[in-house]
Design a protein around this ligand. Structure first.
Ligand code: BGC
Length: 796
């Protein structure tokens, strides 16, 4: 069993490419994005502009703009993740002629992300058409110490000539959103110029988003060094509207290295305690800062972050490197700096424009990475939801429900952001999009709140915020569910499950399906949990929570009833139906489609392009019913079904039967599906299959196995999910009822696996090898939690 494939060199702390490959460049840009939870900047070449090869872009957490577009004569609105001004831009000019190194003869090329210290380096040695050989090396980082700083150092060495060299350094606010081909027909201009010009030793730029009116300010300071000493280059101002720029020139001598240090301060009117972003950005640059000092402080922060988050895998350098890379990208997307920004956990990171930076249910997969290591970051993401409870209440009311119905896609103000039409690249047509019916996002939010509390025991959070969200979500589901006098059971109708291929019944106009098993069972789970929390809550706090949302205890009686009388559709004994009537849908001839199209993961697009519909078939984009076994343990699913009066033979047979049925019908058009299937294969003891799914998940972003989606942004869900598989499957870690359980199942070639955990205020380090398990608890604090290894108790 090995993961070693492909062209990425797998030094364990480096993502390293040794050759410039234009067709891979956008993927590499995504994967070498630098970020600090405040902003993310793609790893584009400094001299590049948006083109078919490059896409330089910077995104700031929570910074959106909503603009209208006309499609088919209809006006639609989209809230976009704004591509902020490009602060990277440095163009090379030799003897007054602009040279694009990437269009010259490349003698050496290195593009590297140092994962440990979050530093991106690119070194290019090239010969231009005049025979001049030049080496340039750029290094950049997004400060994890003070997230408002971006720092670039750009060195140039003329290797066989002396000449006048110019570096034209700019802040470019003329850019548009052009990162996703499918969105090309939509409005893409979001920035209005405000001001630009020169400051002492540099330039500044101010723009404003044209609908949300967020001011974005950037200031750049330029210093040039020769052999470590500052020199005084000549400066020519080159600023035009929305484009602050200066040409920095010096007489360069053969074999000497000249380094431009460009330190950029970024601030927006969304920043806390910021009356004037431009004043703030300027003030940041007047401080006595240097590239080296900023980098030194940045390294300290990353060292601290890795102390908690590093997962060490001995014996598999590819899995080691990718695990670190994925952990890095999660921390670059959301960090303690994100907490004060009121930004959620975007499904595609701060790395691209896919899904417009929106927040989905993916936090269900992503937050476990954080609450076991950096609970305060998870709390920030949950507070983002809390602050949007009111729009969720209004949304529920609009549909005639009570409580809070969170939107399927959320951005700035907490309203529903899901498109109503979706572009189909297979047919070239815009299809209706009913996916906002995925009300299960509210289940994910409840689950995240509960898990956060379970891992941290943060009572203050629970009583000040969590409880209110959970009560409103419980209320919501109770109001959606209807008791049918025919069977005396509760039914949830007109909603979609996680499988996005099924939006409605073939013979119905309106969207939604009835009795989605995942939703119904999870509703029972959450109501049970809610009742437990209510039973345990101090009387005074409970009263306060009830009063706050105008709830009386009678509502709870229905909740209790629902936990024993929810309906769950079955196809036959021990085989759950994805939703009522699923088994009546037609079967797909997968082989025929595979022959015709090769990759059939997006069967929805294929079927629609043939004037057919996935609604008519038993075909799923991703795990739906099987989600139950991922979110809850298989025994818990069986227990809940038993409580509802559905007798199940035995957990193992039940699990296999459902797995075998659905896996044949699932095309894994979402990377999330791989995570779920890996963990279920593990539950049924099929280690080989679990391993194969794990490898699929691991490869999905680094090799962009979906064929183009990673170029538009990372998939935070699969990244965090792949990391969870390492701890959950290979170390066999679970945490239930305040007990750490380990049941290791290391792959044969893994010699050792080590990681840290933060649980209920205590730190643990866990080392697993083929022959032993070592658990260390930190020395301070209360007694450690109960720990069991292979069901044997280590502490009590
Ligand atoms: C998946 C959803 C997911 C979304 C954002 C879609 O392709 O089907 O489950 O929430 O991507 O990651």
């Amino acid at each position: 069993m090995s993961t070693e494939t492909g062209h990425v060199s797998s030094k364990e702390w480096n993502l390293h490419y040794k050759k410039f490959t234009p067709q891979e460049e956008k993927l590499r840009e995504t994967l070498s994005t630098i970020g600090n939870g405040y902003f993310g900047t793609r790893g584009a070449f400094e001299g590049s502009h948006a083109s078919s090869t490059h896409y330089p872009a910077t995104y700031i957490a929570g910074l959106y703009n909503k603009v209208p577009s006309t499609v088919h004569g209809k006006e639609i609105f989209n809230t976009d993740f704004v591509n902020c001004p490009n602060w990277l831009l440095v163009q090379l000019i030799i003897d007054d002629e602009e040279i694009n190194p990437l269009e010259c003869d490349l003698e050496e090329y290195i593009h590297d992300l140092d994962i440990r210290y979050a530093l991106m380096t690119r070194r290019i040695k090239f010969k231009d058409p005049k025979g001049r050989i030049t080496e340039i090396e750029s290094r950049r980082f997004a400060s994890m110490d003070n997230p408002h700083y971006a720092a670039l150092s750009y060195s140039v060495t003329p290797l066989n000539y002396s000449a006048k060299i110019g570096l034209k350094s700019s802040l470019d606010g003329t850019i548009i959103n052009a990162g996703v081909e499918r969105y090309k027909a939509l409005t893409s201009r979001h920035l209005t110029p405000v001001d630009q010009g020169h400051i002492d030793e540099g330039i500044y730029l101010q723009v404003e988003t044209n609908q949300s009116h967020v001011q974005i300010a950037m200031c750049a300071r330029h210093h040039v060094f020769l052999d470590g000493k500052r020199i005084d280059p000549s400066i020519d101002q080159a600023t035009t509207e929305a484009f602050a720029s200066e040409l920095i020139s010096f007489d360069a001598v053969e074999n000497k290295t000249y380094t431009l240090e460009k330190i950029v301060a970024i601030s927006t009117s969304r920043d806390a305690l910021t009356a004037s972003p431009i004043d703030k950005a300027r003030a940041l640059l007047t401080r006595d800062i240097s590239w080296e000092h900023l980098y030194y402080r940045h390294r300290i922060q990353w060292r601290l972050a890795w102390r908690m988050s590093d997962i060490r895998i001995e014996g598999d350098s590819f899995a080691q490197m990718v695990t670190r890379l994925y952990a890095y990208h999660l921390m670059a997307t959301s960090s303690t700096h994100t907490q004060s920004m009121d930004a959620g956990m975007p499904a595609r990171g701060l790395h691209g424009e896919a899904y417009r930076g929106h927040i989905f249910w993916d936090s269900l997969y992503v937050l476990p990475f954080f609450y076991r290591r950096f609970p305060e970051v998870a709390k920030g993401a949950l507070l983002y939801r809390y602050r949007r409870l009111d729009p969720a209440r209004t949304y529920a009311l609009e549909y005639g429900y009570k409580g809070a119905m969170f939107p399927w896609q959320s951005a700035e103000d907490g309203h529903e952001e899901t498109q109503i039409i979706h572009y189909n690249p297979v047919s070239g047509l815009w299809d209706p999009d009913l996916s906002s019916r995925q009300r299960h996002v509210s289940i994910a939010i409840f689950y995240n709140v509960w898990e956060y509390y379970n891992y941290t025991q943060d009572e203050d959070f629970l009583h000040d915020y969590g409880m209110e969200m959970m009560l409103e979500v419980s209320r919501f589901w109770t109001s959606v569910a209807e008791k049918d006098p025919k069977d005396n059971r509760y039914h949830i109708r007109g909603i979609m499950g996680p499988d996005e291929f099924h939006e409605k019944y073939p013979d119905r106009e309106e969207g939604g399906l009835d009795d989605n098993t995942y939703t119904n069972v999870m509703t029972v789970w959450l109501l049970e949990k809610m009742l437990e929390i209510i039973d345990r809550a101090p009387e005074m706090l409970l009263k306060r929570a009830f009063e706050k949302i105008g709830m009386d205890k009678e509502e709870i009686a229905t909740w209790r009833e629902m936990t024993t009388s929810m309906y769950v559709p079955f196809i036959e004994k021990d085989l759950m139906s994805q939703f009522e009537g699923y088994e009546k849908l037609k079967e797909v001839d997968f082989e025929a489609y595979r022959k015709k199209y090769g990759n059939i993961s997006r069967m929805d697009r294929i079927l629609k392009s043939e004037n057919d519909s996935p609604d008519d078939y038993q075909v799923a984009k991703q795990a739906d019913t099987l989600m139950l076994f991922y979110v809850l343990s298989p025994d818990e699913v069986v227990r809940l079904l038993g409580r509802l009066g559905y007798e199940i033979c035995d957990t193992d047979t039940f699990l296999r039967k459902n797995y075998n049925y659905y896996i044949k019908r699932t095309t894994h058009g979402s990377t999330l599906s791989k995570i779920v299937h890996a963990s279920i294969a593990h539950h049924i003891g099929n280690h080989k299959e679990a391993w194969n799914w794990y490898v699929e998940a691991l490869k999905s972003d680094i090799y962009d196995t979906q064929g183009g989606t990673t170029t538009e942004g990372i998939h935070c869900g699969v990244m965090a999910g792949a990391i969870k598989l390492v701890t959950f499957v290979f170390a066999g870690l679970t945490f239930e009822e305040g007990r750490i359980e380990l049941a290791p199942a290391l792959p044969e070639h893994w010699k050792r696996l080590g990681f840290r955990l933060r649980l209920r205020g205590r730190f643990y380090s866990i080392e697993v090898s083929q022959s032993e398990v070592v658990v260390r608890a930190d020395e301070q604090g209360e007694r450690p939690l109960m720990i069991r290894v292979d069901k044997k108790r280590l502490t009590s």
